[in-house]
Ligand binder design. Structure first.
Ligand code: NAD
Length: 277
């Protein structure tokens, strides 16, 4: 169910399933989306400083807690330090701004949003400090290739607990997935639906018809069966509910193979190696 968690390497439990809020407008749109999600059982919300909706996320969380009887510990809130804030002192300052915007005491997961060359090690030291100071329950990276991790790990005092990457049936990132598994770094999928571009894929449609599920549900179930945390975005109530309804069916080994065969190393977002920072 939506409360099912994976245990990160520091023992913190992270929900397998959450709501992404990239491009959800601050104010009413993001507030309604987050409250709708929590009301329907979601426990994890993924935002970032650059999404410019941390204030709305924080307000929604506070309102949802008041209205639901849930406690703050029941929820798992993620944010990320933006590229222009990378570096040691500037990351510490960016974290304070994020916490002020969210209006929360503690963050559950803070991520380095992209591997900005020449800076991500200093950024990582700041995240380690925030973790040691008890400001955040877990720390991780995003958009790190194997070579970024291989570069960071020897200098890291604390190993990242999570790597959040673009991941969907067209981009299964097998080498990175294997590496992260070996290292005990939990993989998390962004743009799990390839921003909607996979929803009319005929293989997935046939599978969905056979199983009596939607294409989105088939893809999100594939994430979970691959051991990947997933955070699809929607601001529409019926889709927020639909996307999370993936805990009552299973893809067979054959179904999984059919989806695996769609992998062609195709991105919808930028390649972290050629990102114009
Ligand atoms: P996504 O793959 O989750 O797709 C979202 C799109 O699909 C939206 O346009 C939505 O309207 C549509 N959609 C959602 N559910 C649907 C359904 N059931 N039926 C039909 N259409 C549906 O794309 P995303 O928002 O890019 O990724 C999810 C989250 O990942 C983001 O919101 C953000 O939190 C995170 N993210 C992180 C990074 C990063 O660099 N770390 C980058 C991009 C996104």
């Amino acid at each position: 169910n939506l409360q099912a968690t994976t245990t990160l390497h520091n023992g913190v439990k992270m929900p397998w399933f959450g709501l992404g809020v990239y491009k959800a407008q601050d104010g009413d749109e993001v507030i309604q989306a987050v409250k709708t999600a929590i009301k329907n059982g979601y426990r994890s919300i993924d935002t970032a400083a650059v999404y410019k909706n941390e204030e709305g996320v924080g307000q929604a969380v506070r309102e949802a807690l008041e209205e639901s009887g849930l406690s703050r510990d029941d929820l798992f809130i993620t944010s990320k330090v933006w590229n222009s804030d990378q570096g040691y002192e500037s990351t510490l300052a960016a974290f304070e701004t994020t916490m002020t915007n969210l209006g929360l005491e503690k963050l559950d997961l803070y991520l380095v949003h992209w591997p900005v060359n020449g800076k991500y090690k200093d950024t990582w030291r700041a995240l380690e400090q925030l973790y040691k100071d008890g400001r955040v329950r877990a720390i991780g990276v995003s958009n790190f290739h194997v070579h970024h991790l291989q570069d960071l790990l020897p200098d890291a005092e604390i190993k990242p607990m999570v790597n959040q990457i673009e991941y969907h049936p067209r981009l299964a990132q097998l080498e990175l997935h294997t590496f992260c598994k070996e290292q005990g770094i939990q993989l998390e999928a962004w743009s799990p639906l390839m921003q909607g571009k996979l929803l009319d894929n005929s293989t997935l449609q046939e599978l969905a018809n056979k199983l009596g599920k939607s294409v989105a549900q088939v893809i999100l179930r594939w994430d979970l069966q691959n051991g990947v945390v997933t955070i699809p975005k929607s601001t529409t109530e019926h889709r927020i509910i639909e996307n999370a309804d993936v805990f009552n069916f299973e893809l067979s080994a054959e179904d999984m193979e059919q989806i695996n065969a769609l992998n062609e190393n195709l991105r919808t977002g930028p390649d972290p190696d050629n990102f114009n920072f």
